[in-house]
Each structure stands twice: as structure tokens, then as C-alpha cells.
Design a protein around this ligand. Structure first.
Ligand code: NAD
Ligand code: UGA
Length: 474
């Protein structure tokens, strides 16, 4: 029987856009997106969606109330859905066994326990969240342990590969849709029903059905290998700076080899986002769990290089500014972890901002999408920053930091009076600014540190800026 009702548990960056696109492409299916977070659901039901994602608002408007609904009544919609996506967060564990490495499976487990308890009839339970290999086994055991005689379950893996900022396009035209299933008649039948949903708009040739463990592992490996490319090109950037090579030219030449490909070779101040680091750590933990230390060490280095790149960039800033930024005003352009999102999770801007604060600077931030309270919280809450002995004279460390952070709503106002501009996010709009006007309004010498290789450095130099960037001597 075809799927008539879907319930997605978790209305986040994955659950929201994925469910919305399914609702658009499959008007005969009712799609309920559910979450325990009432504020998030309230926003999905309002005109101010809880996430900024280009193109998403129009689709939500077209489908909401027709066959797309957002609700906090998770249990009610799980109970009578034919197919349930588990799309909850799986962050790195911050406590106990596996702290700092293993993914925290608390939300997955509590969703599975709830499904086991309330489900009625035949259910296909789909892991959409990124999970370690064998997570489907744990979900199955939890569902069976519920001894719910009214329900029958089939568990599938269907990891999501969308990237924030291009989620809608990625969902419309996925490189592949991956479905992992038990190699049994029931498993294959469930996989077919899920594939039929995607076939409404995705060519069957890119829908790949594999065994469950391959599917779970392929998701972790895809992210690890994308991050590995960035760390590889970032490792090249330091060598370029000392030898006189230009990392963009090196990346272009390397990427023109069709076996390597040109994407994901942009040097930067390091990758951010909620997943690359988390998923590599999860992979490292998996290797260690099976006693495979060499593989663990190999992948750990991708993160080591990322952290090194971030701190190296911070040191470049301080060193260029006569070895001190104390009491200087530095403007950070961009706080999101990449352009076209308001998400700041693991953003390199946080590392840079905190470093500059620790060095005693006053920091102005301008980002077109990130909310002020998010910036303040990222820079000052749970901070491990040590007080610098700059006689800045406030009692509480947090209050003191807050006092030195200004969130601005205009790039020109943010830059005015500053000693330096630091580009931390590749927002296109930073390219279109009038840098002559900005230069005039700044302290001299006026520095620009381009952490994203975004701007025209020759033009900036001609205006009078002292320009520094990653991967190229200027
Ligand atoms: P998110 O934090 O934005 O959203 C998760 C949502 O789940 C939250 O709103 C939370 O309130 C809700 N939730 C948690 N436990 C719940 C429960 N028991 N019942 C109901 N709701 C519950 O997370 P996200 O960025 O959407 O990521 C979700 C998963 O998808 C993660 O495993 C992540 O690794 C993976 N993923 C994320 C992306 C991305 O671009 N963000 C891309 C691919 C895969
Ligand atoms: C990434 C993957 O691209 C998605 O396929 C995956 O589904 C997702 O993680 C996930 O599992 O969460 P995302 O983190 O949203 O998507 O964004 P990316 O475009 O991958 O960018 C990640 C970071 O790498 C950003 O900070 C970006 O600026 C940086 N980056 C990207 C570089 O520094 N250089 C590049 O060449 C590309």
C-alpha cells in the first residue's frame, strides 16, 4: 500500500526542508513535521521561519495547510503515520563515555522509545539523522522491546546529504538518494515504498538501495571525505604562503584533473557547520571502538588541521597588527559558518571572535542573517576565555566581553573607525561593498584579513589597504 501519511520527528535544518520538498512533490501524501520545541513549531507556522534557507519560504507557503503541517503533537502523528522520519539532532557527546567524540544518541533513543510505545499498525521507521554504523540495530531492539502488539516495524536508513544554504536545490536535484535496508523481503518492500516517494521527482537511476550498514557508513564517509579535501587544501595554503605559490591557482590546476574534480577545494579559515567535525569524531570513535587505531588517527588529523588553520589565521591577524590588538577595534564581516544561512554552529567566526576578545580587542560584527542574541551568546556564553590584564575594569568576565562586542546591522557602520576588517564568511554581498568609502572611514593603517579568499586583493591594495589572506603572499 502506498504511503499516505508521513510524520517527521525533528523540525530542524533537515526535517523542515526535507519534509517541505516531499510535501511539494507528493501532493497526495500528508506530511506532518513535529517537534518538542514549541517555539520552533510556532515559527514554522508563522511568516518568520526558524531557519533561513533560500527558496524555502515560498514552498512552505505553497504547501502549509494543504498537505504540510507543523505540530508539537509528536505522539499523535506518529501513531497513525505510515512512515516516520527520525530527523533529530545527534551532536557530539558532551559528557560521560565517549565525551567529545561519540555522537549523543539520546534524542534518537527517546524518539524510538516513543514510537515503540504509541505506534499503531505497520510502520516504516526511517533514520534520517546522521548516526553511527549499527544505529538501526539499536533502534530495532528498542522498538521490539516495547512489545507493542498493535504495531509492526521495518527500519530503514536514508541519510540526508543536503548542505545548508542550498538545501532546496540539493533536495530538488540530489546527487543520489541513499536507502539502506535489511536484505529481507520485508526490508526490500519497505525500501521500495520509500523509493517511490522520491521517484515523484528524482530519477530512479540516482536512487541507490544498499544494505543498512553501508548506508550509515557512507553518510559518515561522505562528510569525512569532503572535510578532508578542505583540510588538504588548507594544508597547501601555508606552504603557498612561504613559497610564493598561490593556493587558488594550485587548487584550480589540481581540480582540473577530472579524477579529482574542482569542488570543495577552496582554502579558508577552516570548515564550520554542525556536521563535519561531529561526523569525523563519530568516525574516529567507530574506528577506536573496533580497535582500529590507524584509521582513527588518520581521520583525526583532518580536525587537527582544521583547528590549526583557524588558530594560524588568528595569529596572522595579531602579528600583522604590530603584535597587539588590545583596545583596537576589529570588524568581523560574517558570522554564519557559510553564506546563505543564519546557522553559526561550529562557525570559524566564533574562534576568531573569541581569540580577538582574548587578545583585548573590541569586536564589531556584521552578518546579514545571524541574529544578535546568537552572536552574543556564541562569543560570551560558557566562554573559556581568560581575563586579559588590560585594565578593562569590569567585574564579571561575561559582562566584560559583552561590553566589547557590538553587533551591527550595516557593513559601513560596522567598519567605521575600525583598525581592521576580518572576512569570516563568504557572503557575496561583501564583494559589492564600496571599499573606498570603507577605507576612508577606518583608522590607518587600515587592514583587511580575507579568511575566505573573497575579495579583489589588488583593488584593495590600490585603495590603500594592507591586505592579508590565506594561501597567498600579497
Ligand atoms: P536541528 O538541531 O536543527 O534539529 C533537530 C530537531 O529535533 C530540534 O528542533 C529538536 O528540538 C528536535 N528533537 C530532538 N529530540 C526530539 C524528540 N525526541 N522529539 C521531537 N523532536 C525532537 O538538527 P539538524 O541540523 O536538522 O540535524 C538533524 C540530523 O541531520 C543530525 O543527525 C545531523 O547530523 C543530520 N544532518 C544535518 C544536516 C544539516 O545541514 N544541518 C545535513 C545532513 C544531515
Ligand atoms: C555539509 C555537506 O556538504 C553536506 O553534504 C552534508 O549533508 C552536511 O554537511 C551535513 O551532513 O550536515 P554543510 O555543512 O551545510 O554541508 O555546508 P558545506 O557547504 O559542506 O560547508 C561546510 C564548511 O566548509 C563551511 O564552513 C564552508 O565555508 C567550508 N568550505 C566548503 C571550505 O572551507 N572550502 C570549500 O571548498 C568548501
Amino acid at each position: 500500500m502506498p504511503i499516505k501519511k508521513i510524520c517527521c520527528i525533528g523540525a530542524g535544518y533537515v526535517g523542515g526542508p526535507t519534509s517541505t520538498v516531499i510535501a511539494l512533490k507528493c501532493p497526495d501524501i500528508q506530511v506532518w513535521v513535529t517537534d518538542l520545541n514549541a517555539e520552533r513549531i510556532r515559527m514554522w507556522n508563522s511568516k518568520d521561519l526558524p531557519i533561513f534557507e533560500p527558496g524555502l519560504g515560498d514552498i512552505v507557503n505553497a504547501c502549509r495547510g494543504r498537505n504540510l503541517f507543523f505540530s508539537t503533537e509528536v505522539e499523535k502523528h506518529v501513531a497513525d503515520a505510515d512512515l516516520i522520519f527520525i530527523s533529530v539532532n545527534t551532536p557530539t557527546k558532551a559528557y560521560g563515555v565517549g565525551k567529545g567524540k561519540a555522537p549523543d544518541m539520546t534524542s534518537i533513543e527517546s524518539a524510538a522509545r516513543m514510537i515503540g510505545r504509541v505506534a499503531m499498525g505497520k510502520k516504516i521507521v526511517v533514520e534520517k539523522s546522521t548516526v553511527p554504523v549499527k544505529a538501526a540495530e539499536s533502534i530495532k531492539r528498542i522498538l521490539q522491546a516495547a512489545e507493542n502488539k498493535n504495531a509492526q516495524f521495518e527500519v530503514l536508513s536514508n541519510p540526508e546529504f543536503l548542505a545548508e544554504g542550498s538545501a532546496v536545490q540539493n533536495l530538488f536535484h540530489p546527487d543520489r538518494v541513499l536507502i539502506g535496508a535489511d536484505q529481507t523481503t520485508d526490508g526490500c518492500c519497505a525500501a521500495r515504498l520509500l523509493a517511490e516517494i522520491y521517484e515523484a521527482w528524482v530519477p530512479a537511476s540516482v536512487i541507490l538501495t544498499v544494505n543498512t550498514w553501508s548506508s550509515e557508513l557512507a553518510k559518515l564517509y561522505a562528510n569525512a571525505m569532503l572535510a578532508q579535501r578542505i583540510s588538504s587544501v588548507n594544508a597547501a595554503s601555508e606552504l603557498c604562503e612561504v613559497t610564493g605559490a598561490d593556493v587558488s591557482e594550485v587548487a584550480k590546476a589540481v581540480g582540473m584533473d577530472s579524477r579529482i574534480g574542482s569542488k570543495f577545494l577552496e582554502a579558508s579559515i577552516g570548515f564550520g557547520g554542525s556536521c563535519f567535525q561531529k561526523d569525523i569524531l563519530s568516525l574516529v570513535y567507530l574506528y577506536e571502538h573496533y580497535g582500529l587505531q590507524n584509521g582513527a588517527e588518520y581521520w583525526r588529523q583532518i580536525i587537527v588541521m582544521n583547528e590549526y588553520q583557524r588558530s594560524r589565521f588568528c595569529r596572522i591577524i595579531v602579528s600583522a597588527m604590530f603584535n597587539t590588538v588590545a583596545r583596537k577595534q576589529i570588524t568581523i564581516f560574517g558570522f554564519a559558518f557559510k553564506q546563505n544561512t543564519g546557522d553559526t554552529r561550529e562557525s570559524s567566526s566564533i574562534t576568531v571572535g573569541r581569540y580577538l576578545l582574548e587578545e583585548g580587542a573590541r569586536v564589531n560584527i556584521y552578518d546579514p542573517e545571524v541574529l544578535e542574541h546568537v552572536i552574543i551568546s556564541d562569543l560570551t556564553t560558557d566562554s573559556t576565555l581568560q581575563e586579559t590584564d588590560q585594565g578593562l575594569g569590569m567585574n564579571s568576565l561575561e559582562v566584560k566581553l559583552r561590553d566589547r562586542v557590538t553587533v551591527c546591522h550595516n557593513a559601513y557602520k560596522a567598519a567605521a573607525g575600525s583598525h581592521a576588517i576580518v572576512i569570516c564568511t563568504e557572503w557575496d554581498l561583501f564583494k559589492a561593498l564600496d571599499y573606498e568609502e570603507i577605507y576612508t572611514s577606518m583608522q590607518k593603517p587600515a587592514f583587511i584579513f580575507d579568511g575566505k579568499m573573497l575579495l579583489n586583493h589588488a583593488a584593495l591594495k590600490a585603495i590603500g589597504f594592507e591586505v592579508h589572506c590565506i594561501g597567498k603572499r600579497i
